[in-house]
Each structure stands twice: as C-alpha cells, then as structure tokens.
Design a protein around this ligand. Structure first.
Ligand SMILES: Cc1ncc(COP(=O)(O)O)c(C=O)c1O
Length: 378
C-alpha cells in the first residue's frame, strides 16, 4: 500500500445502525450467562410480533433457516413443486432443493420486479403444493392475486419470503406477515433489522409455531428433556446475543425505516434527472415499500462492469444486484436452464445496479453517488 496516497473515503453498500442500546442489551445477556434459549430470545420474538402485528413469531439463525422450516411446516415432500420467482436471492429456491422438491419459476412483472401472478398461475401443475412469493427489494408482491391462485387450486400453501421487506405494506394496506401465511424475515447486516446473522418466521397458526420451534431446536418438544428428540430437527437457533441486538433494533425500527425512505427519496429525486436510468417503481395505492436497497436499472447497451469499475475508482461501492437464480451454474446443471427461459427477469437482472444505501446516509453522500454514476455513464 502506498502511504503517500490519502485514504479514499468509500461509500459502502450498507452500514448497520449499531449504537449504545445494542451494546447495553448485549452486555445484559453476557452478564446473565444465558446465551441461548433464554429470555432475550422470547423478548425479541414478542417485540417483532408486536411491531409487525403478526400473531406469532419464531426466531431462527438466518432467513434461509426460516424459509426451510416454514416450507417444511407448510408441507413438502420429494418430487413436489413450488412456484417462485427467478429474481431473488438464491436461498428462496434452494430451500425446496433441501427437501428434494423442485422450485418452478414464473417470470416477473417488469415494473414491480415481483412474480407476475398470471405467469405464476400458468406454472401451477398437478405436482404443485405451494407458492413462495418474494417481496423483492422491500416491495410487497401482489398477495391478493397469489391468494386467489392458491384457493383456485384447492388450497396450495403460501410462504412469503419477506427477508427484504420487514414493515412493507401490501396493496391491500396490510403489513407483510399478517395475512396468516408464514412470512420469513432476514437480519443479515444489510437488512432493515440487523443482528449479524438471524431471521424470524411470522406465523398465523399455533401448530406451525410449535413445529418450527421444535425443528429449529433438533426436534425437541418444549416439555421434553435436552436429549429427547420427537422429530427430525436442525440447529437453527438464534443466540440470545443476536436477539439482544434485535430487540434494540426493533426499538428504533420506525426511525430507521423513515431514514431509509428519506435517503431513497433523495436518490429518486436526483436519479430522475439522469437520462435513461430508471429508479425503483413508486408505491401505488395503499402499498408502501420498506426500503432495503436502492437499485436502479441502467439503460440498454451499457457495460455495467465498466460502470461498477468506474464507481469503485471514485470510492462509490455498487453491485450487480441481483442476478437471476435459474442461470446460476448449479441450477443450469441440475435443471438444464438456459438464457432466455425467463426473459423479463434476465433483462432486469442484467441492467440492475445497487447503489450505497443505509439509514445514516447524508444527502451529500447521495449526491456524490449520483454524480459519480452520471460521470461513469458519460
Ligand atoms: C430475498 C431473500 N431471501 C432469502 C434471504 C436469506 O437470508 P439469510 O442470508 O439471512 O439466510 C435473503 C438474504 O440475503 C434475501 O434477500
């Protein structure tokens, strides 16, 4: 490293809001000596259930773990099919493969970037057991349409991937996770609630809650001893240390979501002045996005890698976010997918660029990111 060069002030992709309250609650757990399955875990679950309005909540070690347990509780067997979106984080489809079932993709709506309900309906077969909509980038999927597909097909189950969408309001004005289906939140450090690693299943049914609580804990029933295992289970527990961070995060969640929305507003105001760059879709009707990332669509024909390189050289992080699942090497190999299978998702994925985005971002930093993007595109 050349010491004579000034350090570049880099705008990161994300930055969790960790402060004195998180430290205080973590210290409380550490001094209690109860680091797992303690009172802080229950406190975190109650806080999230209360904040979201969900009937029950079960904390787990990651969003992926939550999705896995939620589809198991909904009912899945080898050979079953589940209809989901190809434009998502890979975990939302991988969990079906964990169960030797098949994720069946349906292309997205080009504006909302969520699964297109007409295409989801067309993808249902005699082997379909469930639907797994993803609320991508914090915008709720069309749940009324998804529920209509489920009921027209004799009660297919629905599990919502809400890992990017805590606090999102859907088109019916309902908070994500309160429609009675299991909905899974994720708490990776870039998420609206950050606990390092972690997730939460929002649940409408007590039996589902019991099953998830057992399976996250090696298949133990609540009243059984430590070495009695009723069912197959996993170690998908969230530690009380992580739960403590989560409790502190929920206390300031409204504030953090407002700050994210404010930063997104600045971005949209400035991006709208750039030729050919498309900002995220605006909310329609009662729907309210919970801002997770700020992802723009670059114009056709732009070399995105070059743009990313130019941004990086000026200290602005960016990511080609997010890629389609079906073209990942493992999916091509296992299922024979090829470019062109889901053309709308592929086009969006090829032109998407995530910019630095976090609640404490200043207007001047947003201006710097957008000005640098403008130069990178010229
Ligand atoms: C849409 C979506 N689904 C699932 C996950 C998986 O969550 P985790 O990384 O906590 O396992 C994520 C998080 O990255 C996500 O964004």
């Amino acid at each position: 490293m050349n010491d004579s060069l000034p350090a570049l002030d880099v705008l990161p992709m994300a930055r969790p809001e960790i402060g004195a309250r998180e430290q205080e609650l973590v210290a409380e757990v550490l001094s209690s000596g109860v680091l797992s399955l303690g009172p802080m875990l229950t406190r975190f679950e109650r806080a999230v259930a209360e904040w979201t309005g969900a009937t029950y909540a079960s904390a787990v070690s990651s969003g992926t773990a939550g999705l896995h347990l939620a589809i198991r509780a909904a009912g899945i067997a080898p050979g079953d099919e589940v209809v989901t979106s190809p434009l998502s984080f890979i975990a939302s489809a991988n969990v079906m493969i964990y169960e030797n079932a098949t994720p069946v993709f349906a292309d997205i709506d080009p504006v909302t970037l969520n699964i297109d309900p007409a295409k989801a309906r067309a993808a249902v077969s005699s082997r379909t057991v469930g639907l797994l909509p993803v609320h991508l980038f914090g915008a709720a999927a069309d749940m009324t349409a998804i529920e209509a597909i489920a009921s027209d097909h004799h009660g297919l189950w629905i599990v919502e991937d809400a890992c990017e969408a805590v606090g999102a309001i859907d088109a019916d004005g309902r908070q994500v996770g309160t429609r009675g289906h299991s909905a899974v939140l994720g708490f990776y450090p870039n998420k609206q609630i950050a606990t390092g690693e972690g997730g939460m299943v929002l649940i409408g049914d007590k039996q589902v809650k019991n099953r998830i609580d057992s399976e996250r804990n090696q298949g133990r029933a609540p009243d059984m001893g430590w070495l009695d295992h009723e069912n197959l289970g996993y170690n998908y527990r969230l530690s009380d240390v992580a739960a403590a961070i989560g409790v502190a995060q929920v206390e300031k969640l409204d504030e953090m979501l407002d700050a994210r929305a404010r930063v997104a507003g600045w971005y949209t105001e400035l991006i709208s002045e750039l030729d050919g760059v498309t900002p995220p879709a605006a909310d329609e009707g009662a729907a309210r996005r919970s801002w997770f990332v700020y992802v723009v669509q670059l114009p056709q024909g732009i070399d995105r890698d070059e743009v990313i390189g130019r941004l990086k050289s000026e200290g602005v992080s960016s990511k080609p976010y997010m890629p389609v699942i079906h073209l990942q090497p493992f999916y091509r190999e296992k299922f024979g997918y090829a470019p062109g299978d889901f053309p709308i998702a592929e086009d969006v994925a090829a032109r998407s660029l995530a910019l630095p985005f976090y609640p404490s971002m200043k207007r001047g930093e947003v201006e710097r990111a957008v000005e640098t993007l403008q130069r990178a595109l010229s």
